[in-house]
Write a protein that binds this ligand. Structure first.
Ligand code: ADP
Ligand code: ADP
Length: 245
């Protein structure tokens, strides 16, 4: 079944010149009519050089920006048309792992609290959270007794694991990975990618894996979509895209 369905998504920005006498001089088609889907258990790599429109696409999928045109459906529900309870359920089903784990983790909180936060927000019981936090730490390869430590006490790779544990807290179906290893040393990138791959198989997740570098998604993506100037210029099986001349 389809987990994410993006149809003819567009985002246009007006460009203005001047400050006091401001006039519109043109339009940037940051996202120019892109269509793709992700099925259950699949990893789609969304790749392309800086400025091609990846962040804008993500912002629209995460509802942080309204599309100029088109639709985004998560688990068959059009996110633009949801209200109330349905909206909240979409926020459980779709989670994000960010590029910079440090920016995403509150330095004042022990990591147990950071991981627990989405469950607190969604009204889970203390008993549930108390069982779930050590379980989540174990899933990402950290020790339960680490729950009392602060983000600064961990390495970059460990921090990204904390971000992943937090994203898993509400048992999402789809995780958006926004350059999840780009800020990490090359030597530890493979460990995080392998963990993501293992978690996907174990938990039946689907991923939208965004990266500027095609090689990062080579071993984890099932399919790859290549963006250029706001459009998907190529989409297909990972081997086919890599073998393209
Ligand atoms: P990427 O994430 O692939 O680097 P972006 O989505 O950030 O690409 O940017 C796509 C295009 O849209 C770029 O040309 C960028 O300059 C432009 N853009 C992004 N945000 C804005 C904005 N708020 N106003 C005007 N142009 C923007
Ligand atoms: P609210 O407090 O209104 O429920 P949220 O804080 O749950 O809002 O999310 C606001 C928006 O930010 C949502 O569209 C959500 O998809 C997005 N978002 C940003 N970061 C995350 C994250 N780590 N996990 C899930 N959604 C996130």
């Amino acid at each position: 079944s389809t987990v994410l369905d993006v149809r003819d998504l567009q985002k246009h920005y007006g460009i203005s010149k001047g400050t006091v006498f401001k006039r519109k001089v043109g339009t940037v088609r940051a996202v120019d009519g892109i269509t793709f889907d992700i099925v259950e258990g699949e990893t789609l790599g969304l790749v392309g050089e800086s400025g091609c429109g990846k962040s804008t696409t993500l912002m629209e999928i995460l509802e942080l920006a309204a599309p100029s045109h088109g639709s985004v459906a998560v688990l068959g529900k059009d996110v633009g048309k949801l209200a109330g309870k349905d909206r909240k359920s979409i926020r459980r089903d779709l989670q994000v792992v960010f590029q910079d784990p440090m920016a995403a983790l509150d330095p004042r909180l022990p990591i147990g609290d950071i991981i627990a936060e989405p469950m607190v927000t969604h009204g889970f019981s203390k008993e549930h959270i108390g069982k779930r936090v050590p379980e989540l730490l174990g899933l990402v390869g950290l020790r339960p007794e680490h729950a009392d430590r602060y983000p600064a006490e961990f390495s970059g790779g460990q921090r990204q694991r904390i971000g992943i544990a937090r994203a898993l807290a509400l048992e999402p179906k789809l995780i958006v990975l926004d350059e999840p290893v780009s800020a990490l040393d090359v030597s530890i990138q493979a460990g995080v990618i392998n963990l993501l791959d293992e978690l996907k198989a174990k938990l039946g997740l689907s991923y939208l894996f965004v990266a500027h570098d095609l090689s990062v998604v080579r071993h984890i993506a099932d399919r790859v979509a290549v963006m250029y100037l706001g459009k998907i210029v190529e989409i297909g099986d990972v081997r086919t895209v890599f073998e393209a001349p």
